[in-house]
Design a protein around this ligand. Structure first.
Ligand SMILES: Cc1cc2nc3c(=O)[nH]c(=O)nc-3n(C[C@H](O)[C@H](O)[C@H](O)COP(=O)(O)OP(=O)(O)OC[C@H]3O[C@@H](n4cnc5c(N)ncnc54)[C@H](O)[C@@H]3O)c2cc1C
Ligand code: SF4
Length: 464
């Protein structure tokens, strides 16, 4: 039987920011690893966007060699403690695992996390590289989310001097400012970013490329190629009356204030975030679940998810929906906000919602929500958090002449080479695909690093 990872009790965890899922014990990890059939044609590997040799690392775990199991994972994945926690394994490796056909797949994600945590606890020797060994040239990486971190790590391992430029004061992208502490402790992000530094990656924070320095200037100062991994961090809004009232946040602002500025440690950190008794979060993706669960932990009495479709269409990971339910988040499904109302001082008081029914499937294949006439209802609220998606971070795009964008405003790349319309400038992650996943961004960073290596090698060969 598949091992269940122990978790903090819901009644306790909704009052703290400590990690919810506690990780396998050594006994559980061994029992779970032994379930793997070590298939000759491991379909799980095909489901992994960075192609970790899953059966091999599991075999090493069974053999009692967690250090070697971790080294095997690290051949492909420089951020295993992060991926083991936040990857949607149920749609990737575990979806393909043969054991899932008749029963439950191997808990590959939990085993990956186990190996990474074992390495951290036992101070396993991480790959390292002195800066002097970077002989192949200098590459600039813009944005330090999973796409940029992976591109920089892989370039360093290939012998390049990679410099990460990050506009915020701490590296990590969404891993740092989006995903909350109770799902991904920042100590884990610090540790994995620290390992990158051991590879010789230089990290320059507080540099907004496009304003502080342009891409042209990066080339002029000796960088031979540039990778852009600036993500999709620009929040979308609902575009309904009342959205400018006090008490309305984008999920992006709310989570950034809590995560990056440590609002949850007020008054130790002097950055409070105002949260009322009744909070409504609009949307039903991972971002919405994170915002709702964060609001609970900040002391809200009721937190509702307001979503215009039904449970079957909710885009968040199943595990996170269940975690939110266990913690007491209320789900108001088939409900769409149409207007926000406030008092004479401009403070939010009420969300007016309309009930919806499901009609025919739309372009996304999901059944379209259709308003039910005359079904408006009032929901008293002090805080509304809007989590209905994000668009591309625009600053660098606007400041860079000749950078081709697609119709949705994301960077266009050659899918084979990841090169943009500007020679020597590559891109990957959410800034190319739109909001996606950590591992998809990492896969893009890897692909781009290989393409940059080929591009620079060819250039040198041609003597340019
Ligand atoms: C709240 C939340 C929860 C999520 N949960 C999950 C999950 O559980 N599992 C999962 O797989 N995915 C999850 N995702 C999605 C995932 O985090 C993203 O798909 C992924 O982080 C994209 O990586 P990226 O490297 O492309 O960009 P980002 O992580 O967005 O990083 C981009 C970085 O570039 C920086 N930047 C932007 N412009 C500039 C500039 N001009 N100069 C310098 N730096 C710049 C930004 O500050 C940022 O640090 C979640 C997203 C959010 C918002
Ligand atoms: S498909 Fe499942 S059982 Fe087969 S090697 Fe992969 S994890 Fe093991």
């Amino acid at each position: 039987m598949r091992q269940q990872m122990p978790k903090q009790d819901p009644a306790v965890r909704r009052t703290n920011f400590d990690e919810v899922a506690l990780g396998f014990t050594a006994e559980q990890a061994l029992a779970e690893a032994k379930r793997c059939l070590n298939c000759k044609k491991p379909l799980c590997v095909q489901g992994c966007p960075v192609e970790i040799d899953i059966p091999q690392f599991i075999t090493l775990l069974v053999a009692g060699k967690p250090d070697q199991a971790l080294a095997k994972i690290k051949e492909k994945n420089s951020l295993p403690a992060i991926c083991g926690r936040v990857c949607p394994q149920e749609n990737q490796c575990e979806k393909q695992c043969v054991l899932g056909r008749k029963g439950e797949p191997v808990a590959i994600g939990a085993l990956e996390r186990y190996c990474a945590d074992w390495g951290r606890a036992n101070q396993a020797v991480e790959p390292s590289c002195e800066p002097e060994c970077a002989v192949k040239g200098k590459v600039a990486v813009v944005g330090s989310g999973p796409a940029g971190l992976t591109a920089a790590a892989d370039l360093a391992l290939m012998g390049y001097r990679a410099t990460l430029f990050e506009s915020l004061h701490a590296p990590g992208g969404v891993l740092r400012y989006g995903i909350p502490e109770f799902r991904l402790p920042k100590a884990i992000v610090d540790y994995e970013v620290g390992n990158l530094k051991k590879l010789g990656v230089e990290i320059k924070t507080n540099v907004l490329v496009g304003k502080t320095i342009t891409i042209e200037e990066l080339f002029a100062t000796g960088y031979e190629a540039v990778f852009i991994g600036t993500g999709a961090g620009l929040p979308y809004f609902l575009d309904i009356p009342g959205e400018n009232l006090n008490g309305v946040y984008s999920a992006n602002e709310f989570l950034t204030r809590v995560n990056l500025m440590k609002a949850y440690l007020f008054p130790e950190y002097d950055t409070p975030v105002r949260i009322g008794k009744r909070v409504a979060v609009v949307g039903a993706g991972n971002v919405a679940m994170d915002a709702a669960r964060t609001a609970l932990r900040l002391g809200a009495e009721t937190v509702s998810i307001v979503y215009r479709r039904s449970r079957a269409e909710m885009p968040a990971r199943r595990e996170e929906i269940e975690n939110a339910e266990e913690e007491g988040v209320v789900f108001r499904l088939l409900t769409n906000p149409v207007r926000l109302e406030g008092d004479e001082r401009g403070n939010l008081t009420t969300m007016i919602c309309q009930k919806m029914a499901l009609g025919e499937p739309d372009a996304s294949g999901r059944r379209r929500p259709v308003p039910i006439p005359g079904s408006e209802e009032e929901l008293p609220v002090d805080t509304v958090i809007v989590a209905v998606g994000q668009g591309p971070n625009p600053i660098l795009l606007q400041a860079t002449t000749g950078l081709a964008l697609n119709k949705r405003g994301y960077i266009e790349v050659d899918p084979e080479t990841m090169m943009t319309s500007i020679p020597g400038v590559f891109a990957g992650g959410d800034i190319v695909t739109g909001a996606a996943t950590v591992i998809a961004a990492m896969g893009a960073g890897k692909k781009a690093a290989r393409a940059i290596d080929r591009y620079l090698a060819a250039k040198k060969e041609a003597g340019k």
